[in-house]
Design a protein around this ligand. Sequence first.
Ligand code: ZN
Length: 462
Amino acid sequence: MWSRLREVFARELVVLVDPTNPQHARRRKQLTASVGAIFTLGMAAAMGVAPRTAYDDPQAPRLQESLRMPDVRAQLEQLTDAEAVYVREERMQRGDTIATLLRRLGVDDPDAQAFIVKNPTARGLFNLNPGQAVQAEIDESNMLVSLQANLGGDAASSRELVIERVEPASPNGSTSYKARVQSVENDLRYEMASGAISAGGFFKAMDAASVPDEVVQQMISIFSGVIDFHHDIANGDRFRIIYEAGFRDGDFVRNGRVVAVELINRNQLHQALWFAPDGSKDGAYYTFDGRSMKRPFLRSPVEFSRVSSGFGGREHPLHNYWAQHKGVDFAAPTGTKVFATGDGVVEFVGQQNGYGNIVILNHANGYSTYYAHLSGFAGMQQGQRVSQGQVIGYVGQTGWATGPHLHYEFRFNDVPQNPLTITLMEAPTLTGKARQEFLGYTSEMLSRINALRTYNVLTAAN
Ligand SMILES: [Zn+2]
C-alpha cells in the first residue's frame, strides 16, 4: 500500500500548478486557504520544539511579525464624544530605548514610561528585536491608553504583551497601569508550493515558487543527510513542499514547520514527513515507509545559502577529483559556516602544513573527518565533544589554497573515502508501536496531502 501511495505521490508531481503563472499562484493561494480552513491539524505535539542542531530543526531566520490590529471601531463606540483614541504602530529600531520608542509612537506620558521601565512584565518590551512592531493607543493628550507587542511564538500560537491604563476609581484618584502576557491561538493552515530547478539555481526556483526563506532552510536541513546541495542539485530537479502557516483573523502571522516535502534529485525521489510519536515532544523526519531521514553524517560540511550557492565555480579551479588529493572541495565565501558532519570528538585543532587551519574529528566505528583551509575556529578544543550540525569553523584559504574553499576529507580507518559517492550507513527504521502509529499518521496525512493536490490539479486544468 505504501509503495503505491508513494508512486501516486511522485507521478502526480508533474501536473501541479505552474508557480510562475501568477493566475495559478493566486488560485492556489485561495484554494489552499479554504482547504486549510477545513483541516485542523493534530500537530500540537510537533510545535514548540526547541531547535537542537542544524540537522533536525533549523533555526529559521526571525520573521517580522504582523500584529492583530485592535478593534478600534468597538473601542470608539464605547467612548464619549469628548474622547478620541488614536492607534499608532512603530517598529523597534536598533538602539531604541523605551523613551525613544514611546516618542515615535507619539506617547508623551512620564507615568506610563516609568511603569514600563519598572514593571517586570512590561519590561518584556526590552527584549524585542529590531523590526518587531509595537502598537499604541493614545488619547487626545498623548497619554497612553494601551500598548501591544508580539513577543513571538510558533505557527500555532503567539505570545502578546499587553500594557493597559487602569482608570482611577474616583475623579481624584491617580491613573495606574497593568501589564500581562497573553497567549493567542492562531489558525493553522497548510501552504503548498512546488516547482522545478532551472538554470537560475536552487534559490531562484524557491523564489519563483514563493517558498519563504525559513521554509527553504528547513528543506535544506531535512535532506542534509542524503543530499549535498552544493554538488547534487541539478537542472530539472523538482520539488513539492507542504508547510504550516499560522493566521489570525485572516492575517498571516508566521510560518511553521514543514509537514511533508519531496524532491526529485537527478531522477531519484526523496520524500520526508514530519512525525512525533504520541506523547513525545521530539519529532523527526521520516521517509514515507518509516525510515529516519537522519544519517550518521551530513552530506555537506558547508552551509548552503544564497551566498555560498554557486560561489566560485569556474573562476576558482579547485581539485574536482577526490582521488587527486583525497578530499572534496567546497567553494564558498570566506566566513561561511562549516559544520561537523557527524557526532564526534575533536582530535586536532590548529595549523598543519598545506592544510592551513584544520579541524580533525574522530567519530564512532573508525570514521574521521578533516576540515581544512579554515579562516577561523568556532572555539574548538582538543578532546571536546561536538554534535552533528554544530558549527566548528569558517571557510577560508589558509595553507595551500588558491581561493576560499573548504577541503573536506572523509576517512574510514584513516583511509580517505570519496564522500560524494560513498553510500552511507542505512538509517534506523521505526519498529513496534511507534511504527504502527507512524503508518496510521502517514495514511491520514497522505489523504490530506492528496486532497490538496486534487485542488491544485483541478485549478491547473482550468
Ligand atoms: Zn582540496
